[in-house]
Design a binder for this molecule. Structure first.
Ligand code: IPE
Ligand code: IPE
Ligand code: MG
Length: 228
């Protein structure tokens, strides 16, 4: 039987802190390892033919963590953008960001803009990095955007509404959350309406290419009905 590859895969990359704790390391070392996992997994997903990959890297709620951890995550994001994403740029991947820019350090905002600009013509796949992102904020920001533009109310429907979200992305086919937590934690609520959900017990830094293969296998066993 033909193997279906999800067109849009989304991942809640959870468990960096617990991964580190189990090894008696600092949480930051878990985040560092997790960022390496992100690059490896993204590269593999695009090799497998996944066209859109969304990853949850930092939620609006993650600002509630202590300053040391938040600062570390901001710096790690900078490093990722300035160095580690080069591999993906070579793979002809377009990098997008979803999230609120307010509250982020200026140098990070600059790096985000630079990365989006440099990759805007790439067309082999899209990596959508959700950073300072909340699913509810995205919907609220879309409504504000519509109101600012005085859009005619009759032209708004479920499809056209998507044009006002942070990025114009297809619906999510498969969502993976690592770390054994069974929740959505305010991830891409609008895009996730009919996604298949897969919860994996491993912590994110332990997630490997095989786990992507297994997720795709599992996805192929799901019967999607969309209410029909
Ligand atoms: C996910 O790992 C990364 C971020 C949320 C930034 P966590 O930091 O949430 O790790 P746990 O859940 O505490 O193990
Ligand atoms: C979700 O993980 C956010 C990211 C992976 C970036 P959290 O660790 O923040 O979620 P909760 O607090 O367990 O719901
Ligand atoms: Mg967590």
């Amino acid at each position: 039987m033909e193997c279906k590859i999800p067109n849009h895969l989304a991942i809640i990359m959870d468990g960096n802190g617990r991964w580190a704790k189990n090894r008696e390391l600092n949480r930051s070392e878990g985040h560092l390892e997790g960022s390496n996992t992100l690059i490896d997994i993204a590269e593999y997903c695009f090799e497998k033919g996944i066209k859109n990959l969304s990853v949850f890297a930092f939620s609006t709620e993650n600002f509630k963590r202590n300053k040391e951890e938040v600062d570390y995550l901001m710096n790690l994001a900078m490093k990722l953008l300035n160095k580690k994403l080069n591999r993906l740029k070579k793979q002809n991947i377009k990098v997008l960001f979803s999230g609120r820019k307010e509250g982020l350090p200026n140098n990070l905002i600059k790096a985000i803009k630079k990365c989006e600009e440099e990759t805007k013509d790439n067309d082999s796949g899209i990596l959508n990095i959700c950073f300072n992102y909340g699913g509810r904020s995205e919907i609220v920001d879309a409504v504000k955007n519509i109101m600012d533009k005085n859009i005619d109310k009759d032209s708004i429907n479920e499809d056209t509404f998507k044009n006002y979200l942070y990025n114009d992305l297809p619906d999510i086919d498969l969502l993976i959350r690592t770390s054994g937590e069974y929740r959505i934690s305010n991830f891409m609520l609008y895009q996730m309406a009919y996604s298949e959900l897969l919860f994996v017990d491993k912590y994110w830094p332990d997630f490997k290419n095989d786990d992507i293969d297994n997720a795709i296998k599992e996805f192929n066993t799901r019967e999607r009905r969309f209410g029909k």
